[in-house]
Design a protein around this ligand. Sequence first.
Ligand code: NAD
Length: 498
Amino acid sequence: MQELTHFIDGEHVKGTSGRFADVYNPATGEVQSSVPLANQAEMQKAVDSAKAAQPGWAATNPQRRARVLMKFVDLLNRDMDKLAVALSKEHGKTVPDAKGDVIRGLEVAEFCIGAPHLLKGEYTDGAGPEIDMYSLRQPVGIAAGITPFNFPAMIPMWKFCPALACGNAFILKPSERDPSVPLMLAELMIEAGLPKGLLNVVNGDKESVDAILDHEDIGAVGFVGSTPIAQYVYSRGTANGKRVQCFGGAKNHMIIMPDADMDQAVDALVGAGYGAAGERCMAVSVAVPVGEDTANRLIEKLAPRVEALKIAPYTDGDDADFGPVVTKEAQQRILGLIDRGVEEGATLAVDGRGFTMQGYENGFFVGGCLFDNVTKDMDIYKTEIFGPVLSTVRAETYEEAIQLALDHEYGNGVAIFTRDGDTARNFVNRINIGMVGVNVPIPVPLAYHTFGGWKKSVFGDLNQHGPDAFKFYTRTKTVTSRWPTGIKEGAEFSIPTM
Ligand code: NAD
């Protein structure tokens, strides 16, 4: 069995802690490799390497730093197929979807090529007598990223591309479920010309996360994962004086108004609810049809589409709609929640619990499930299922529908399907959720905008990628300078005012 490594100081390094985790092929259920779980001493090696490399990198002019990212983008395109297959083999998503995972990260690398422009400071000429005032954006020093299993290419790149473009060194602690692609990305950055030590990948679990959160030389931490861990990372990191931003779980509603184009809404729900087996933080997991007639029309069209979903291993390429979920544990958790929904009295309009795949009987597959008549007190409504399960909550009016989304504890994404501009506008203005789609089911912002939820989907105050990333990975320094030719007033004891 293959033993994976860490990537420290520009090279692959074997784990020395003696602790390992199994990495599965979710389609077959087999263990395909083992990943080392770092201890504090291994994290210290990564910090030492980052600390030695960072000052030289910060002193390298921003255009030269950006050129490394330019080359990195070329290499990602060159290795796209290889990256996508490695990603699918550990995650379980289809190869076309895995390419999307890489490309959404690549787009952030492209945005970061514009770093020289984004890092320009501000200048006031003549802020006072002979006084000029200007602000600089300087790197935080060493930044770290702790990332989830569901986007093992995109989210690491959302973190390290802007951090490096700003002149930081970066330590990535990827998910222990699918660590191969993050290691491949680090290799590509070296090939692209990044000096060693600036991007270290340290594999691990809670022990390595705590080592990051307690390390006094790490100035900023970006986290993406489930809400309880997001809250924990935020509390411990900020208590240790770090700048921390944590993105958590979600329960994304899609409201279908009576005037919506029903075929379009059904297409949207099938893709956004079941793509990647629902293992996306922006997946639609709650459909809210408004009015009895809308609900009946929706279920009538949706149920046969869910029954017809093509579930297959990643090796089926374009012929699969989605693959298995990531681990046996995830599969059992999802099946348990579906059972719970039935016990709670929801109607299981499509039951995918018995799904098995011929030739892949040990794979972690879950068939597409569709619930109708879900109510807001049910666990399947309150909990993030993170599987191919869509819950339908019937609302009598628009007010009832918007109130559901307003009251839910998560606030990552939401969508409304309607032909009415007034309703859409009212919805956009009133909703307390970070990313909103109007006739768009998964409103993930592009690289030059910023990504982030509200409520329990986020801890911290700046978003990911876009201009916010450049604020997060830099500190502002404001300089007031005077060249006092001819000024002879002597000491001043009162605060100067303009
Ligand atoms: P997770 O919280 O289990 O793990 C995320 C990271 O935290 C991993 O690197 C993991 O090793 C680490 N971790 C796990 N347990 C820990 C502990 N006890 N202490 C310290 N660190 C720990 O999340 P996951 O299952 O990998 O990912 C799925 C979750 O991520 C979902 O809730 C999903 O909604 C969320 N997610 C959110 C966004 C977003 O931008 N809001 C994006 C993608 C995924």
